[in-house]
Design a protein around this ligand. Structure first.
Ligand code: AMP
Length: 185
């Protein structure tokens, strides 16, 4: 099972992905989490990525893709993965295609939605180090301008789910939708 989870910052991608990945026995791979772990450990990669994370800009594709390639090449990702926070622009989407060529490809794209003010409040509440109001607004803007248009690229693979509800409800709806989809194959 190869899944992507899309949605603006604060919509609950990380929460849902952490519940969904064990359900299907696949690793939850979050590029944001990988960057934060590198920053916390003060690695060379972390030092390259830190400014972008603090300001809410995208880390350059070469750095992001290099880091993700290493992760996707680990044994646990061979049979599938749930990718959270990648791809974020058309170049990354094309790179991912070439990275997984030779496999059956992406099975489904989960899209979580919620109103703008709910997103800002949620992002502020979680109080992550990189969650200043400026960075949050910049990430939301980038999401709408650069990342959201990618959904057209994935077309009928996209399953849109209302993320502005209780965690468990959202979780069950995603499982129902994706379960239906894969049973059709
Ligand atoms: P996230 O945890 O997905 O909200 O990501 C936090 C930050 O990590 C983003 O604001 C970017 O600075 C960086 N980041 C995460 N994923 C990517 C990506 N696919 N491309 C570039 N930068 C990324």
């Amino acid at each position: 099972m190869r899944l992507l989870i899309f949605g603006p910052q604060g919509v609950g991608k990380g929460t849902q992905a952490a519940l969904l990945a064990p359900h299907w026995g696949i690793p939850h791979i979050s590029t944001g989490d990988l960057f934060r772990a590198n920053i916390a450990a003060d690695t060379f990669l972390g030092r390259q990525a830190r400014t972008a994370l603090e300001s809410g800009e995208l880390v350059p594709d070469g750095i992001t893709q290099g880091m993700l390639a290493d992760r996707l090449n680990e044994a646990d990702a061979a049979q599938g993965f749930l990718l959270d926070g990648f791809p974020r622009n058309p170049e990354q989407a094309e790179w991912l295609e070439s990275m997984i060529s030779g496999t059956p490809g992406i099975d489904a794209v989960i899209l979580l939605t919620a109103p703008h003010d709910v997103l800002v409040q949620r992002a502020l509440q979680r109080g992550r180090l990189d969650d200043t109001l400026d960075a949050i607004e910049r990430r939301l803007g980038l999401y709408h301008q650069v990342t959201e248009p990618l959904l057209r690229y994935y077309g009928s693979l996209v399953e849109a789910v209302d993320g502005d509800r209780a965690v468990e409800l959202v979780h069950q709806e995603i499982i129902g939708r994706i379960g239906d989809r894969t049973s059709v194959h």
